[in-house]
Design a protein around this ligand. Structure first.
Ligand SMILES: [Ca+2]
Ligand SMILES: [Ca+2]
Ligand SMILES: [Ca+2]
Length: 343
């Protein structure tokens, strides 16, 4: 009799367990693990940048997203750095520069889990900096190494200033223009060199170094750059830009962590007032000479036409043919950055 009562109690107890299970939840046997999905935005940033880590696109066949829980291992050392939480996002700073592998685990209501990793790169101030003295006139330039290439971190300032009503000439004198005919702005702006026939900048060298070459094949073109330095090619600008694209222009601009201090500038059109609206000396617009050739009709003959590299906005960097309206017709003057010749 006692054992019957006991069995009855057992059955009632089991029944109560079944009855207590919330409606809509499947028995464990039919449950499947969730699928982890992790995004990090941005994936590259500086050490002041908040990174958003988000598991919100994780899913589960049985559970609504709101029922999933997440925990985090911010340095992928297999030690969880948080408990399970229902909120799928984390905001994280990486104060020490480096590449971080982040691990996230998602758990459904039955305790099944899935993990995933993703990477974020945090960078700090570029300490690969130095100084360089131009042996021709003793001027010192700050230089920085970016992606293996040494760049001048100031605009070239070689030569004597001529007023902006006067074209540069092949007279054996290095000639430059200065913003508003004011040479005291060297520190921020340097010199401007005329494109008038491109010749002053290339120092009237119309010989072999200026023959048309496929991109990346051009022989070194010193032009007015210091000995051992050359006018950047498109490939140089690309190598500068691409690894840093996600960092935004602020990385390259004045005060940016690259210390390249790209500044300014716009184009100075000879005999016209300096542009102050679209091309103000400011941190958001700059145009520099670069060495890139396309054989095209220019000035009544087919010549290698150099391009200039420009940026106006955070992610925008483009090459413009100098004769385009956007750079103004009939020449003009532009600042120059030089890169160290590759060995
Ligand atoms: Ca599930
Ligand atoms: Ca950890
Ligand atoms: Ca000259």
């Amino acid at each position: 009799m006692a054992s019957r009562i006991c069995r009855l109690l057992m059955i009632m107890l089991l029944a109560s367990f079944v009855a207590c299970e919330p409606p809509g939840v499947l028995p464990d046997d039919d449950n499947t693990p969730p699928a982890a999905y992790l995004t990090i935005s941005p994936s590259v940033g500086d050490s002041t940048q908040p990174f958003i880590l988000s598991g919100s696109r994780s899913s589960d066949a049985e559970d609504m997203p709101d029922f999933l829980e997440f925990r985090w291992d911010f340095n992928n050392d297999s030690i969880w750095d948080t408990e399970f939480e229902s909120y799928p996002n984390k905001l994280k700073h990486f104060a020490v520069p480096g590449k971080y592998k982040i691990r996230m685990e998602v758990r459904d209501r039955h305790g099944l889990t899935d993990t995933i990793t993703a990477s974020a790169t945090s960078y700090g101030i570029n300490n690969d900096t130095s100084h360089f003295v131009d042996s021709r006139d003793g001027q010192s330039y700050r230089i920085v190494r970016m992606n293996g290439v040494w760049w001048m971190a100031e605009n070239l300032n070689l030569g004597v200033m001529i007023r902006d009503t006067q074209p540069a000439r092949n007279n054996g004198i290095y000639e430059k223009y200065c913003y508003q005919n004011n040479p005291s702005l060297k520190d921020s702006l340097g010199g401007y060199y005329t494109y008038y026939d491109w010749d002053e900048l290339v120092n009237y060298d119309t010989t072999a170094s200026w023959i048309i070459q496929p991109p990346g094949w051009g022989s070194p073109s010193q032009g007015l750059c210091p000995p051992g330095w050359e006018i950047p090619t498109r490939a140089d600008w690309d190598s500068l830009r691409r690894p840093y694209e996600a960092r935004g222009f602020s990385y390259l601009a004045v005060g940016g962590f690259s210390r390249l201090n790209l500044t300014y500038t716009g184009v100075h059109v000879l005999t016209k007032p300096w542009e102050t609206i679209d091309h103000c000396p400011c941190n958001f617009s700059w145009i520099y000479f670069t060495r890139e050739y396309v054989k095209e009709f220019y000035k009544r003959q087919y010549v290698p036409c150099p391009y200039v590299v420009s940026s106006s906005y955070a992610y925008d960097m483009k090459l413009i043919r100098f004769g385009d309206d956007s750079v103004f017709k009939n020449g003009g003057a532009l600042p120059v950055r030089c890169v160290k010749m590759k060995e």
